[in-house]
Design a binder for this molecule. Sequence first.
Ligand code: PRP
Length: 178
Amino acid sequence: MNNDVERIICSEEQIAVAVKQLGARITEDYAGKRPVLLCVLKGASLFHADLIRAVNLPCEVDFITAKSYGMGAKSSGKLRILKEPDINICGRDLIIVEDILDTAVTLSALIHTLLESKPSSIKTAVFLDKNIGREKPVKADYKCFDAENEFLVGYGLDYAERYRNLPYVGVLKREIYE
Ligand code: PRP
């Protein structure tokens, strides 16, 4: 599996430091609050698991699975929710936890959909910000790393459902997906 990776862009050690720093920021920003950290499955699962342990607050955790309609050129921006959060988020401070922000079609639609449940606030925490191919004007409130426009795998990111369990983020060799 490691042989399929051309180079590592975030090592296990760098990830640990960045996630701990982000957890400390969230702890400070939400002092006295009880935010809900909502993991967007499946990609954000590893980041979410590490982040919640770095947040020193009586937070709650939940999960959502959503697929955007037409992720291609003609996205409607509408979401199909495959798994709803269990917690009633009305009046809650919500932090959406995502592994990667790319076109922002997913996050933009997710925010739009979740606002219908009237949370008291919504912020976004993304592990990687690929600020190149944005189709929607969404900015991450919190992020760990910026990323180039490369095919990235590991730490939750997949290619055809593989490589999510790599403990680092790396660039997938072109010959694997071409
Ligand atoms: C990935 C990622 C984000 C989305 C980002 O999810 O986890 O949800 O794509 O891309 P965007 O900014 O262009 O919308 P994916 O649909 O691959 O599902 P997964 O999390 O199960 O891998």
